[in-house]
Design a protein around this ligand. Sequence first.
Ligand code: SF4
Length: 678
Amino acid sequence: MTAAARPGEQHVESACPLDCPDACSLDITLSDGRVVAVGGSEKNPVTHGYICSKVRRYPEHLYGQTRIPHPGIREGRKGEGRFRRASWDEALDLVATKMRAVRDTRGAEGILPLSYGGSNGYLSQDTTDARLFYRLGASRLLRTVCAAPSSSAAMGLYGKMGGIAYQDYAHARLIVVWGMNPAVSGIHLVPYIQEAQRRGARLVVVDPRRTRQAEHADLHLPIHPGTDLPLALSIIRWLFAQGRADRAFLAAHALHADELARRAEPWTFDRAARETRVPAGDIEAFARLYAELSPAALRCGWGPERNRNGGSATAAILALPAVAGKFGVRGGGYTLSNSSAWREVDGMAAVKAEEPGTRAINMNRVGSALAEEGPSSIDLLFVYNANPLMTLPEQERVRTGLLREDLFTVVFDPVMTDTARYADVVLPATTFLERTEISRGYGAFVMQQAHAVIPPVGEARPNHEVFADLCRRLGLARSGDPETTDEISAAVLGSSRRGAQLRRSLDEDRIAFLEEGVAPVQFVDTFPNTPDRRIHLVPEALDREAPLGLYGYQPEPDFGRYPLALISPSSDRTISSTLGELHRAPVPVAMHPDDAASRGIHDGDRVRVFNALGSVRCFARVDSGMRTGVVYLPKGIWGHNTESGTTANALSPDALTDLGGGACFNDARVDIEPAGTA
Ligand code: SF4
């Protein structure tokens, strides 16, 4: 149902496919054929008719100055962002010619497609794009910048079992929010937490910062970044040592419980307190609450994974509900990503090409990859659904790579991102309001279909059309390839045995739900997707992969002259870099009053945040909600948000996590000094 229309206005439904767990259903207000407002609709029962402030500003994204109006070919220096107008034919001919030249001279592995979560839609990624790059034999990108370590852990332990539905948090007597901030990311969880609290539930928050959620907690553990693993292991140890482990549940549903207990054994509360820098008494209080209160819902975010111990940390956190026997009741268990709940649908079913055995490049090391010379160089970079200059580690290496005169860069995006300014060819992409999309939440258990509510702005074209066109220009198209929206969605939905039913639900209601219902209960309606449907607490593959074995803790290295831990979680303005062009205000680095005072820094001062990799010039916000030794610059910001045009990623190493090859953003260590007056 949509809101009542004013005279001259029309309301139409849509759904948000952005990289966010919640998958809001949307109510779009049109006037004279233009989008004038974006609000929430009641279609998705979880998101309940309200949306985030970011997407409310979507009309500015659609029609703003940064929108790319037509294809462009570079005429200025790289990075200058000056392009002459080109027709689609001219631009795509040039791109196809360059691709052919790279393939025929040094081999197609010289081409790197780079995409990420600019859209979670089934139609805008992994369809004709993958077909093009697979058939070309291009290098493959490992999409590891987020969720790779936690996915590895969740897959190893539970086969990525679906988690607790947001609605069921209202039934919990204890809620643990670990390494995430639902006040800004996955916001629709907040009312359910509040409802549970009104009914008497206790709330524990684990986060280095005193976030808005932490302010409402009964217990806040502001641990030092990178120490989630010792914290979780110390609680596991205590549960076993105190006879509070649910031995009956473990015997029935889990493997290797004794081995997990053995690995947790060294982690006394005192030892964990030394690493985490929170009092042992607070850790014990957390452990007691967790043992005593049921149902206990654990919301694990993506904060714990972003350091050298990230995979093991997430595995240890996810092991907690198994050890303490928290499954089998509504409101009990854990939630990480629910993306795999839709495993019945093969998102790659429309590709119709085999993935080649070409080299795989970890996206956290794209900066290094772009620096390669000779036979392993990347000569053509094709960026879409992503803004790598702002989102990848070692930002200055990425920038240096993008400046290479012998690199041909294509950026296909709705707006002129920081990365697009370095392109040789820019191609204007449609947004989700200008094309059909089918998307699913990775928090909310819903799949939604939305049709274009306006025609493409300017000369924008949808992803699937452009990549299908490039396939044809390169002679890679084959008869029967799914190319249109209808053909692609038929292939994707048809991969499910419930395909016809999903199709009907989406056509009739624009929304579809899981077979298990809107709120499956772990170990009642949904079980581990491991081959034996049991929990593998120490899976062999993860144990082999982690440098010190699974649950092996890598202590804080000596960072020498950089004593401050820099973290870069989401803010209420930016989660990913999508829509970052709308937030032009300067962004501060937040630091504890003691860290500021010892450096002669006052609130609002200009400062330089630096380490051996680079620097960021911005202003300081002195904030007692920070813990000492930890400073914060939000992720997802753009170059225009700081004086130097650099962001936290200029200070992030390209080291990889213990599992999954993930990014170690929170292992950035820096110092800060006053930068004087401008
Ligand atoms: S970004 Fe998330 S909260 Fe915002 S509208 Fe989209 S799904 Fe909803």
